[in-house]
Design a binder for this molecule. Structure first.
Ligand code: ATP
Length: 582
């Protein structure tokens, strides 16, 4: 397939406002490609060159991209800069310059060729690499027609706006292969084990369904993390789960530690490679007593001076790309390891939890940096309540109760793990992570910041869609509004994105990208919002929402709270009595 043919499909994907159409167009694209092409194309439609967990970056900042556009189409650099300022979109700027230069003279290169050459751009490092990147990149851009140039630049600048989520790719692969969505569970299972859509696509095309089934947990590829459900109180937990193992819920960030011989890699909750950021965890991972291992845990910053764990914001401050050594000394991380999924060539995910935790203790014993999470077994609501209160009084978030006889279920959120937090009177007892899907222009004083109120949604994981749940008007300082506006500007689109489901129409639509943690008083039925809306049933809305933090550092839009979770929280709120005070 040539890149210009691929770009035509990207244009069709961009133009649609329907998720079903996205799946259809993408599956048609898949039907037209060879097994060699399907992997790279799967990465490219999501604006990447490699799976999310591989730190492959083109490494051309905005300024250099503008220079490359000028070189490729023989335009004046300042002129291109001015055009970009006016248009506000690098892709459209490239398209315009390509048109002014008279379009394309030669035949566009094959997609595979473009992908390979982009990998070369990404691989150029060290002295003189910027020049080399620029040369390779502008050479490639010069070979493209206007529409190809637009998509090519968007892919490479990380500003792809097609909004194709992982479930949409899985549905499209299934549709292309089987004519319907029947292969989705098989593909999703493989995705939970490998986190690599390109690998799954290639395997399906070359080895069929048995090949996909045979894709195993592997060191070096993050496993999609198991997640926890919510229940309102200790009585409900024991009623639902019976005997549980209770652990503190540490308030840091999730880390998966992969060791293969001398090599250690770290992955985040959203599958990002974090190896370079935490030298102390890498060193500790290297000392684990196993040839190869995959561990799961929660990392939290610690102050050597006061001998105390630091608050969440300070722990998150360690997720940085610069000044790593210095910060590692000031606030070193410790990781509470609560699971093991693989050891010395063996997949351990099917072992009961208690056995896995015993292996954790065995392999990390003696480490100061990796500590095993303690476990208290109980079937008494009273004991569970004591554990919860004790952990809260120590400044922790709460507890996680786990069924001790269950396997590790990659990517699942079910009642094998349940989180229990403090119940605050008059409020929901948990925050909700929403995704910004639009904004309303400000009135009065807010006009100068561009945004007056935000429209936010939650994620419907079955439909790979963002359904509206609330309008947020307060909770941010003027400075925070201004900063937020700068961030959302890059996500503006001129029509409702295909994956957004909303009856309300904001002044400006946003491609889902910014995740905000929101506290609200309660969940109420609402005919205006689409979250959980079914035939003849209203949707659900948040009352008095206020933003408490932004979570995009560790959550992708698809990691936001799901419609199903909100429905469950609504049921639990009802059971407690409206208002939720206890
Ligand atoms: P939150 O916003 O509450 O962290 P989340 O969406 O990140 O929620 P949940 O499934 O709601 O994830 O809660 C599980 C999270 O709690 C895990 O992802 C992990 O980061 C954290 N955690 C802390 N301590 C533990 C523990 N002992 N066992 C499992 N998870 C733990």
């Amino acid at each position: 397939m040539r890149f210009d043919e691929f770009a035509m499909d990207l244009d069709r994907l961009e133009a649609t406002s329907s998720r079903l159409e996205l799946v259809r167009i993408l599956s048609e694209l898949y039907q037209a490609v060879t097994p060699d092409e399907i992997g790279p194309i799967t990465y490219l439609v999501q604006g990447r060159l490699a799976p999310f967990f591989e730190p492959v970056e083109i490494g051309l900042a905005e300024k250099l991209l503008l220079t490359a556009i000028a070189i490729a189409f023989g335009a004046d650099k300042d002129e291109v800069g001015r055009a970009y300022k006016e248009i506000g979109d690098l892709g459209l700027t490239a398209e315009r310059e390509a048109r002014r230069a008279g379009g394309r003279s030669r035949k566009a290169p094959p997609v595979l060729d473009v992908h390979r050459r982009l990998l070369e751009v990404a691989a150029a490092t060290g002295q003189g690499s910027q020049l080399k990147k620029l040369e390779l990149f502008s050479g490639l851009l010069a070979e493209l027609d206007p529409i190809s140039a637009k998509h090519f630049v968007r892919i490479t600048s990380g500003k792809m706006r097609l909004g194709i989520g992982d479930p949409t790719v899985l549905d499209a692969l299934s549709t292309a292969r089987a004519g319907d969505k029947s292969l989705r569970p098989l593909l999703e299972g493989a995705y939970n084990r490998t986190s690599d859509l390109g690998l799954i696509a290639t395997t399906l095309w070359s080895d069929g369904e048995p090949g996909v089934e045979a894709l195993k947990v592997t060191v070096g590829r993050p496993i999609r993390p198991q997640l926890a459900e919510r229940l309102p109180d200790p009585d409900a937990v024991i009623r639902k789960m019976g005997m549980v193992g209770v652990q503190p819920k540490y308030d840091g960030f999730r880390v998966q530690i992969h060791k293969d011989g001398d090599e250690v890699e770290l992955f985040s909750r959203n599958l990002e490679n974090m190896t370079g950021m935490f030298p102390e965890l890498v060193a500790a991972g290297g000392r684990v007593k196993a040839r190869s291992i995959i561990l799961d845990g929660e990392a939290i910053a610690y102050s050597p001076e006061s001998d105390e764990y630091l608050p969440f914001q300070e722990t998150m401050g360690r997720r940085r790309k610069h000044g790593i050594e210095q910060h590692a000394l000031r606030a070193p991380l410790r990781a509470f390891v609560f699971d093991v999924m693989y050891r010395d060539g063996k997949d351990l995910t099917t072992l009961p939890y208690e056995e896995r935790l015993a292996i954790v203790e065995q392999v990390i014993g003696g480490s100061d940096t990796l500590l095993s999470a303690p476990l208290t077994k109980t079937d008494s609501a009273e004991v569970l309540r004591q554990e919860l209160l004790e952990n809260i009084s120590k400044g922790l978030e709460g507890v996680v109760a786990k069924r001790v006889d269950t396997p590790y279920q990659a990517g699942a959120r079910n009642f094998n793990w349940v989180k229990l937090k403090r119940n605050t009177s008059g409020q929901l007892n948990d925050t909700i992570d929403v995704v910004l899907i639009g904004y309303y222009r400000g009135k009065g004083k807010r006009v100068e910041f561009g945004a007056g109120a935000l429209l936010a949604g939650v994620y419907d994981s079955d439909r790979d869609e963002f359904a509206s749940i609330t309008r947020i008007g307060t909770g941010l300082s003027d400075a925070a509004w201004r900063e937020l506006y700068e961030r959302v500007r890059a996500l503006e689109v001129d029509h409702r994105p295909a994956r957004v489901n909303s009856i309300l129409t904001p002044d400006v639509w946003l491609e889902p990208g910014v995740v905000a943690e929101v506290l609200a008083d309660e969940i109420t039925p609402s005919p205006r919002h689409t979250a959980g809306m079914a035939e003849a049933e209203p949707g659900l809305a948040l009352r008095f929402p206020r933003i408490v933090s932004f979570r995009d550092a560790d959550k992708r839009p698809e990691d936001a709270t799901t419609v199903k979770e909100v429905q469950e929280m609504f049921q639990q709120q009802r059971a407690r009595g409206a208002g939720g005070s206890r």
